[in-house]
Design a protein around this ligand. Structure first.
Ligand SMILES: Nc1ncnc2c1ncn2[C@@H]1O[C@H](COP(=O)(O)OP(=O)(O)OP(=O)(O)O)[C@@H](O)[C@H]1O
Length: 266
């Protein structure tokens, strides 16, 4: 049976209420500001008569321009949290502000617009259209954001260049390696120039070398273009390229560690 989140009526805890003021005062142009702020976030799934509390009182700040990892054992709530931070799921309690937008008080239509404009998503299995070549996969995403024709083709090629894959523009996904497919997926996630990149296990299907190359690319995008990267991962090698790591266990935040002096790495 498909479980559904219950109680879409968001109730505000004290911590969540305190976010009221800051949601509007985090303009997305503020260099070094907060990209995402979550307060008192809870998520309860209902499966028939069974309720399952997947997230408990999550308070989290994600700074602009940082590479932020969500780590923890299987089932600890990482994907659920990423989905809530990205406005895909609405928490049963608490508040989430993303670049000044209050996700927990937005309609589905508004959420969809916020996501399209501000977030590029990357998935473990790449999710490329198999019948389209690399460039067409990126062009399609651009089309959905209103850029078509010659301008769309130019931009698609520029994005493939950015991820080092211009020479594979005409290749079909089946002829690309896993790492190359993930680069196309990154180029697609960059369409519309979103400030935030969210990735769920982006290296899980890759060998160690391509996984490392993909992560280095994401870090480079974060640092050179002040983009925020939020990534769910099990991969301990990625910790080296992160600015901060949030650990979850049983739906609770365990530690939010700041890793210093990462500029010399990769
Ligand atoms: N739609 C749903 N209905 C019911 N339970 C769910 C639903 N989505 C997630 N869960 C449960 O919530 C808990 C957290 O799931 P989640 O996928 O967020 O964990 P995770 O840390 O990302 O796990 P993994 O590393 O294995 O992907 C799990 O016990 C999962 O079974």
């Amino acid at each position: 049976m498909t479980a559904t989140p219950i109680n879409f009526q968001v109730s505000l805890t004290d911590t969540a209420k305190r976010l009221d003021a800051s949601c509007d005062s985090t303009p997305n142009t503020l260099h070094g500001g907060k990209a995402i702020v979550a307060r008192g976030v809870e998520m309860v799934f209902q499966n028939g008569s069974q309720k399952y509390r997947a997230l408990k009182d999550i308070n989290l700040d994600i700074n602009q321009g940082e590479v932020h990892l969500l780590m923890g054992p299987s089932g600890s709530g990482k994907t659920t949290l990423l989905s809530i931070l990205g406005g895909i799921l609405t928490p049963t309690q608490g508040r989430v502000c993303l670049l000044g937008h209050d996700l927990t008080r937005s309609s589905r239509a508004k959420l969809s617009k916020i996501r399209l404009k501000n977030i590029g998503f990357i998935f473990q299995e790449f999710n490329l259209f198999p019948a389209l070549n690399a460039m067409e996969n990126v062009e399609l995403a651009l089309e959905m954001k209103g850029l078509k024709g010659r301008a769309g083709r130019r931009e698609a090629m520029a994005l493939l260049e950015q991820v080092g894959l211009a020479h594979k523009a005409k290749s079909m996904p089946r002829d690309l390696s896993g790492g190359q497919k993930q680069r196309v997926a990154i180029a697609r996630a960059l369409t519309g120039n979103p400030e935030i990149i969210m990735a769920d296990e982006p290296t899980a299907a890759l060998d160690s070398q391509s996984g490392h190359a993909v992560i280095s690319l994401l870090r480079q995008l974060a640092k050179e273009r002040n983009r925020t990267v939020v990534m769910v991962t099990h991969d301990p090698r990625i910790v080296d390229v992160a600015d901060r790591v949030t650990y979850l266990e049983d739906g609770m935040l365990q530690a939010d560690g700041l890793l210093q002096n990462r500029s010399a790495i990769h």
